[in-house]
Write a protein that binds this ligand. Structure first.
Ligand SMILES: [Zn+2]
Length: 230
């Protein structure tokens, strides 16, 4: 078990309590965020819309000024930083890492400084029905964890292919969240599914042929990029 500087190891995530090869369940994840909401004034857990699981999408807002309205936050000239997790629940590292990040921002002084000029908002799990569809056998090339969620939703949508067409309940709810908060920075967490990357983290843009031509040209001329769609 990993140790933190929290009294009695409070607020440890299931990942930290486990053997290093386990990821939380949906219920454990939301219970953890509800605990942060209850325990810390700088945290508020909101919920939006619905999904194919019949459950809303949660959104944790971390705000030093305890301002949880996007319009108010804009007036304070703060940057909004959105992290989306579990679009593919079989790639769960971001789900667990975001729980630890939120806790550390709330409990560690040096991490809390991240909120001086920014508000961090976290979608704990985007593909909820996929996360509830938990087995050990749908990602044969991946080295763990012991069990994990499924890539598709209950309606078998791959949400990473639905941002534009918005066929699914999930995307429609995500669009509401995105338009409400209009983040300056959006991070969508994935895992490589068995591919051996040289680096711990890879920044991946969209393919140029999927962009408006001016934007595609800008990306090609001014950015050094790797093209792939995980
Ligand atoms: Zn993925």
């Amino acid at each position: 078990m990993l140790q933190t500087n929290l009294p009695n190891n409070e607020l440890l995530t299931p990942f930290e309590k486990g053997n290093g090869n386990q990821t939380c369940t949906y219920q454990e994840c939301i219970a953890f965020y509800k605990q942060l909401d209850a325990q810390f004034e700088e945290a508020k857990l909101l919920s939006y819309g619905t999904t194919s699981a019949g459950k809303p999408i949660h959104l944790l807002v971390l705000s030093k000024d305890k301002t949880f309205e996007p319009a108010q936050i804009r007036k304070q000239n703060k940057c909004i930083y959105l992290i989306n997790n579990g679009i593919h629940p079989g790639e769960p590292d971001g789900i667990d890492a975001s729980m630890m990040l939120a806790r550390d921002v709330l409990t560690k002084k040096e991490m809390n400084a991240l909120l001086d000029h920014a508000v961090i908002i976290i979608i704990p799990v985007y593909n909820i029905s996929g996360m509830l569809n938990r087995t050990s056998y749908s990602r044969a090339n991946q080295n763990g964890p012991e069990s994990y969620g499924f890539r598709g939703t209950a309606q078998n949508y791959d949400l990473n292919r639905d941002f534009v067409k918005c066929d699914s309940y999930e995307t429609q709810t995500f669009t509401e969240i995105f338009r409400t908060w209009q983040p300056e920075i959006f991070v969508d967490t994935h895992v490589s599914n068995g591919a051996d990357y040289q680096y711990t983290m890879t920044l991946i843009p969209t393919q140029p042929d999927k962009l408006q031509p001016i934007l595609a040209s800008y990306q090609e001329k001014h950015c050094c990029l790797i093209y792939m769609l995980p």
